[in-house]
Design a protein around this ligand. Structure first.
Ligand code: SIN
Length: 484
């Protein structure tokens, strides 16, 4: 019960909105009320920024090893409460319990990784162009960080941003989605128990517009990191222009998934199932456009249809369920309209294509064939459990189709031809490429996209760089050259 925090967390205090306004949080599966959270505005957000600024000097002054030790304690507490956190995550977000527990492991992997990286922030001694100078590059924390995250991975998105920021010596104001605030608040509470000092991690919740405007417009915030839609990312980027805030943006994807004629079809089907149906398709690296070589399209489709038939749709806490509800009615409307558009333009619906029952958010796993580039589904991020298959005949043509998108987050392809692996991998205009795999998310690989999918990389050895500035130091001294 202590994990269910129904207040915001600012400067080490749990607090309500000044106005006492609240937001009701519901279970997306049955609509039951889970609790309320305060609906904060710009004033409370500014106070959270002040708290983060106040806590910065002492946190920055700790050694990386000391900060890493606190992160490790946080990791241990998350691990100890992982089952309860998974339950909370399923209740507010909807994904099946086993998948929520998997997400907690994924979230933990970032805390573990950056607890270790905290003590590995190196600088360089540079070769000086002059004998009477010595030059260095040192890395220092950026300062106060604003982290705004989406609802689809309520634990992993927190730790993928907060752990490297804290490891680097930054302080954070975190804004989780008002649809899924409880996992983030529980993680913050565990952080408090782990000894993260007051003000180092703050959590604000409320209507996104005023909080987003304050976090991006406030010049004390030196870095904004955001996961969410490209549209909101663009707005935050504009609002962040006031002090040329450092930005990392993890935005929408439209991942192509290409199955060449020499692919292992069973593995390709498994890869697509893992990529497409994870989190009911509500993942920015989900396969979104499936291109299958004409010569294997029928065999691939038959195998895929059989696997889709094994999925069990239902509430995340029901035994055996592998596919949960979509997050809200807006998500259902978008998926329905994309499927309807494809159907109207000639796609065949081999499975699903509708809600399990009217009035729910349970969209059936759906298989469409005959998808063409004239259909909306070929261009928009579906964010739902829908596979649309297009066929192709020629490698160069399918590569051009795969790259014909404003997005550039993840891409996947299956082939047994080594030369093609290199050719296609190098030709794909994407930040992440899965070759003969549909599972690319882990703490070691740099996560992030090109084009309108964003800026920056998360996780991995590169992730901490986003929270560090390089300072170039040039030191002049007459005595440097005495040996010569
Ligand atoms: C996301 O959809 O933002 C995260 C997905 C992942 O980490 O795999």
């Amino acid at each position: 019960a202590q994990l269910l925090r129904q207040q915001a967390y600012i400067g080490g205090r749990w607090c309500d909105a000044d106005s006492k306004a609240t937001i009701t949080v519901r279970n997306p599966h049955d609509g039951n009320i889970l609790g309320t959270v305060p609906n904060l505005g710009a004033a409370e957000t500014a106070r959270a920024i002040e708290a983060a600024d106040g806590a910065l000097p002492a946190w920055r002054a700790k050694t990386g090893k000391e900060r890493g030790a606190i992160l490790r304690k946080w990791q241990q507490l998350i691990e100890a409460h992982a089952d309860d956190l998974a339950l909370l995550l399923t209740l507010e977000q909807g994904k099946p319990l086993a998948e929520a527990r998997g997400e907690l492991n994924y979230a933990l992997s970032f805390v573990e990784w950056f607890a270790e990286e905290a003590k590995r922030v190196y600088g360089d001694v540079l070769p000086s162009p002059r004998g009477d100078q010595r030059m260095m590059a040192i890395r220092q924390p950026v300062g106060v960080v604003a982290a705004i995250i989406a609802w689809n991975f309520p634990s992993a998105l927190v730790t993928r941003k907060v752990s490297p920021a804290l490891a680097a010596g930054c302080t954070v104001v975190l804004k989780p989605s008002e649809l899924t605030p409880f996992t983030a608040l529980a993680l913050a509470w565990l952080g408090e128990q782990a000894g993260i000092p007051p003000g180092v991690l703050n959590v604000v919740i409320g209507d996104p517009a005023p909080i987003g405007a304050e976090l991006s417009g406030n010049t004390t915030v030196r870095k904004l990191t955001f996961t969410g839609s490209t549209q909101t990312g663009r707005l935050l980027m504009q609002q962040s222009a006031a002090n040329i805030k450092k930005l990392s943006l993890e935005l929408g994807g439209n991942a192509p998934f290409i199955v060449f004629e020499d692919a292992d079809l069973d593995e390709a089907v498994q890869g697509l199932m893992a990529s497409k149906f994870r989190n009911a398709g509500q993942t920015c690296v989900c396969a979104n456009r499936v291109y299958v070589h004409g010569s294997v399209a029928q065999a691939f489709t038959d195998k895929l249809r059989a696997e889709i038939g094994k999925l069990k749709l239902g509430g995340g806490l029901e035994p055996g369920v592998t596919l949960g509800p979509l997050i809200d009615q807006r998500a259902v409307d978008k998926v329905s309209s994309l499927v309807e558009d494809a159907r109207a333009k000639g796609a065949a619906v081999l499975a699903g294509g509708k809600l399990q029952a009217a009035g729910t958010l349970l969209y059936e796993p759906t298989l469409l064939t005959g998808v063409t580039d004239a259909m909306e589904i070929a261009h928009q991020e579906i964010f739902g459990p829908v596979v649309g298959i297009s066929t192709f005949e020629d490698e160069a043509a399918v590569l051009a189709r795969a790259n014909d998108s404003e997005s550039g987050l993840a891409a996947y392809f299956y082939t047994a031809d080594l030369e093609r692996v290199w050719r296609v991998m190098e030709g794909l205009e994407y930040g992440i490429v899965g070759v003969n795999t549909g599972a690319v998310s882990n703490e070691v690989g740099p996560f992030g996209g090109v084009k309108e999918s964003g800026i920056g990389r998360e996780g991995s050895k590169y992730g901490i760089e986003e929270f560090l500035e390089i300072k170039y130091v040039c030191l002049a001294g007459k005595t440097f050259n005495t040996a010569r």
